[in-house]
Design a protein around this ligand. Structure first.
Ligand code: NAD
Length: 507
């Protein structure tokens, strides 16, 4: 069997799967897929004959043949995606339990639930978002009709991390598909059970020329990065982001880079200490501290340090019991490499709570550490684990001196009852996103753009911001042939005395 025959056989079985899957409830989707598949098949056959059958090329042909143009179809496929996710909830829970020790409740709250609401958002708002917008014309161009058309970029590469291995694949994906792109996903190899589950879901919802999953580690990412993409979304660490940015620069490919950083959490002397402690514990120890927007270190006013530590100990035991190892809600470190990295940070530290570990279960207890200054090894890089260094400050100048030692963080938290002071602090520093008197929740409002600045990221997404990020805003003007005054055409020498004040007046 030659390559073309194999391809046809594969497509035929895929179309059958899609038809069986879409069932009678979605006759529209079936018919549309059939028509576009035949158009696509013809063009692909040509490409395959000349040996250009990489996943990216197959998607490019599909995109260029208009496969993703229909907004109705995009909404329909997102509906299918929701259905398949719901049908696979048990598998998703099992995969996340195996990879990160997550409980089904945490999986729903921090992974699946967020994806489902993102899908609902686009199903409700896509017509409005995708519609060309008419804007008022300028007097210089009068009379005219002026429009902005949101145009999908085309074929996207999406490289994903391990810490929220379900949510961080699907949230950008939903926006990318809603915007009309095709997507090749490279999930993290460090969460293999979730990657397999993601792949299974994608195969059951999308034909591969629309969305497909390529599994593997850094070598697979690098092979993908050698190809030319229309857009790249990358979520992960800063060092790999530089590799991604370099590869993208070769083709001038636009990117969204979602990274991390050392996120400060300031606790002022006026803060409601027990609430601050509960909310810090929630934000830091969810997913064992393996959260890009978790507080990385505490800066507490010296006068309230002891009461904050006491309240945080109480909050930890209230959430995870006396023995977090047996807590339903406390997970594990992703792998031995990160387990060893985190334990090495704990050597010779002044631990005020926690510090216990178990290599067999990749368990590290929620741990609070008193730290004197930024020379401590815990203050070198993003911790990304359940270790919380606590530093003290006395003046605003102390805060500035510590915070500005680091690159701009992804998140920034201030606990204070002094509203004006807290606002002043929020405006004084640059960071991806922040909250006064809470942690993490900036992530949950899709009206807010989610992203970093400087070393914590480039670009932002979520809800409407995803649609904006993953489409080119294409302006065009429609004009008639009349009027056509001659003063706009050269020669200008004799007209400039009239044109200068006219342009000034018109603008
Ligand atoms: P990582 O950079 O090691 O890996 C992310 C992805 O890059 C994976 O798919 C991996 O296979 C790939 N990769 C790894 N090495 C590569 C290489 N040399 N060349 C090409 N590709 C390569 O990141 P991680 O450890 O999975 O995630 C942790 C980091 O991600 C933390 O810094 C965290 O703050 C950040 N993060 C940010 C967000 C956000 O939304 N801003 C979310 C989650 C995690």
């Amino acid at each position: 069997m030659n390559g073309v025959q194999q391809f046809f056989l594969f497509r035929f079985s895929k179309m059958q799967q899609i038809q069986i899957f879409t069932n009678k409830s979605s006759l529209f989707l079936q018919n549309y897929m059939l028509i576009t598949n035949f158009v696509t098949l013809y063009i692909m056959k040509k490409k395959i004959e000349i040996g250009e059958n990489s996943t990216r090329n197959v998607q490019r042909v599909f995109f260029e043949s208009g496969g993703t143009q229909s907004v109705k179809l995009r909404k329909e496929i997102l509906r299918k995606l929701k259905q398949v996710i719901l049908a696979n909830e048990v598998n998703i829970n099992e995969a996340l339990a195996k990879d990160l020790g997550k409980s089904p409740s945490e999986t729903f709250l921090s992974e699946v639930g967020l994806v489902l609401t993102e899908i609902d958002y686009f199903r409700r708002n896509l017509n409005r978002l995708a519609k060309p917008k008419r804007v008022s014309g300028s007097l210089i161009n009068w009379p005219s009709k002026d429009y902005i058309v949101p145009e999908p970029y085309g074929v996207m590469l999406h490289i994903s991390p391990w810490n929220y291995p379900f949510q961080l694949v699907f949230t950008p994906l939903v926006g990318a598909v809603a915007a009309g792109n095709t997507v090749v996903i490279k999930p993290s190899e460090l969460a293999p059970h979730t990657a397999a589950c993601v792949s299974h879901i994608i195969e059951n919802v999308f034909p591969p020329e629309w969305v497909s999953v390529v599994q593997g580690g850094p070598e697979v990412s690098q092979a993908l990065l050698k190809e030319r993409w229309d857009y790249i979304v990358y979520t992960g660490g800063v060092n790999v982001a530089k590799i991604v940015a370099e590869a993208a620069a070769k083709h001038l490919t636009p990117t969204t880079l979602e990274l991390g950083g050392k996120n400060p959490c300031i606790v002022d002397h006026s803060a409601r200490i027990s609430t601050a402690a509960r909310r810090i514990v929630f934000g830091k120890f969810l997913n064992c501290g393996q959260t890009c927007i978790a507080p990385d270190y505490i800066l507490v006013h010296k006068s309230v340090k002891e009461s904050l530590i006491k309240a945080m100990k109480k909050a930890i035991t209230a959430s995870y019991g006396d023995d977090a190892a047996s807590s339903y809600d406390y997970g594990n470190i992703i792998n031995k490499h990160h387990f060893d990295r985190l334990l090495s940070l704990l050597k010779k530290q002044r631990i005020v709570y926690g510090g216990e570990s178990n290599a067999n279960h990749l368990y590290i207890q929620p741990t609070l550490i008193e730290v004197d200054d930024t020379n401590n090894v815990l203050m070198e890089e993003e911790i990304f684990g359940p270790l919380l260094p606590i530093l003290t400050y006395q003046t605003d100048e102390d805060l500035k001196q510590i915070i500005e030692q680091y690159e701009k963080p992804l998140s920034f938290y201030v606990f204070s009852q002094r509203k004006r002071w807290a606002k002043k602090i929020m405006y004084s520093y640059s960071y991806g996103g922040g909250i006064i008197n809470d942690t993490l929740l900036q992530f949950t409002n899709r009206k807010l753009p989610f992203g970093g600045i400087g070393h914590s990221g480039i670009g932002s997404y979520h809800g409407e911001h995803s649609f904006t990020a993953f489409t080119h805003k294409k302006p065009y003007i429609q004009r008639g042939s009349w009027p056509d005054p001659s003063y706009r055409y050269a020669p200008y020498q004799k007209k400039i005395g009239f044109l200068k004040p006219l342009l000034k007046w018109l603008s």
